[in-house]
Ligand binder design. Structure first.
Ligand SMILES: [Zn+2]
Ligand SMILES: [Zn+2]
Length: 346
């Protein structure tokens, strides 16, 4: 787990022959850094797999995929939502348009440089939608990366957006669209497919994104289940998480901390909703009542920095697991936001 939490998520899942990056929720540069720290060679990655289009899962997607020239496995609705997020809707007055044209003409005669006027407004049906200000950048060949909004916690915990062009100066010169991917492999949520020798079962999760998915990865007799970003655990997810050797489960917030915390009420409601995030309690209830107790490692993930404490999540899960940890010594780990977790090797 290179990173986990509302400021960015990314995990490497690998067999001895295939390496998959699950989500790319940090900048390309930061992902490269984390991989170096974790002893992962980015050049060895075979593919990127995406759970859903929230910023904390796709922040570095485009740049990383282009840099590594590897395919992106994604559902079609998620891809469409991602493209829409990166495509600013431009609304300008005629006078502004004339002015813009004049600046462009001046630039064209002055030399090769780019001027970009971006006015993007993302309104959402939800009460938590964040209206963004215009971002207009001109001159000096410097285009500021447009931090796409979403309704995740990330948007409230102010993801530090690294401009895309910091990562790829050559792309800018070639005017590569932000949405360009070297190769796309669409899969249907709920379907099974494979990447290299890793068999993947996808399952839908209840979350306020276009087509969010969790996954079970299987290779060499090992089964890894990953479910984060879900408002509750429906039957299909419970079934998918059976017989896992490693189970990564969201333990997003402590209910009391969330209630008393800094988020606006509408956002608190959204996080607590059936399409929000899993609380420590909800995760613990699953671990106590439904979990089959078979995983060598249970990893708590996507902990909120504002509404949770690692100690609270840990105690809650430990109590729930108390009677279910088997004698072989199952281990409980907490994925972290700021540093990669030590690799789990089975
Ligand atoms: Zn999300
Ligand atoms: Zn998330």
């Amino acid at each position: 787990m290179l990173a986990s939490g509302s400021k960015g998520n990314s995990t490497v899942v690998a067999s001895s022959r295939t390496r998959i990056l699950l989500d790319a929720g940090l900048s390309c540069r930061e992902l490269m850094k984390r991989m170096a720290v974790a002893g992962e060679d980015p050049a060895q990655l075979d593919a990127i797999l995406i759970t859903h289009e929230h910023q904390d899962h796709v922040h570095g997607l485009g740049v990383l995929a282009r840099r590594l020239r590897i395919p992106v496995f994604i559902t079609e609705p998620t891809h469409r939502a991602w493209v829409r997020m990166l495509t600013p809707r431009t609304t300008i007055t005629y006078t502004q348009w004339l002015e813009q044209r004049k600046v462009e003409n001046d630039k064209a005669t002055a030399g090769p440089s780019t001027t970009l006027g971006m006015t993007s407004e993302e309104a959402d049906s939800s009460a938590t939608a964040l209206l963004r200000n215009d971002k207009v950048v001109a001159g000096n060949d410097k285009v500021v990366g447009d931090e796409s909004p979403d309704l995740t916690e990330a948007s409230l915990e102010s993801v530090s957006a690294e401009a895309e062009d910091e990562d790829a100066p050559t792309e800018k010169a070639a005017k590569t669209p932000l949405t360009h991917l070297p190769a796309i492999e669409f899969f249907r949520a709920g379907s099974n497919f494979s990447i290299g020798d890793i068999a993947i079962s996808s399952f839908t999760i209840p979350h306020d994104a276009a087509d969010p998915c969790g996954f079970v990865f299987e290779a060499e007799g090992i089964r890894i289940g990953i479910a984060t970003d879900l408002g509750y655990i429906p039957t299909n997810v419970k079934q998918a998480l059976r017989r896992c050797d490693v189970m990564m489960l969201e333990s997003n917030h402590d209910l009391e901390m969330l209630r008393d915390g800094p988020y606006p009420w509408a956002v608190k409601q959204r996080v607590m909703s059936r399409v929000g995030h899993l609380s420590n309690n909800a995760a613990a209830n699953f671990l106590a009542d439904e979990y089959d107790g078979g995983a060598a490692y249970v990893v708590l993930a996507h902990l909120s920095e504002s509404n949770n404490l690692p100690a609270l999540a840990r105690v809650s899960a430990e109590q729930a697991l108390a009677e279910r940890m088997n004698l072989l010594g199952n281990q409980l780990r907490l994925a972290e936001q700021s540093v990669p977790l030590e690799a789990i090797c089975l």
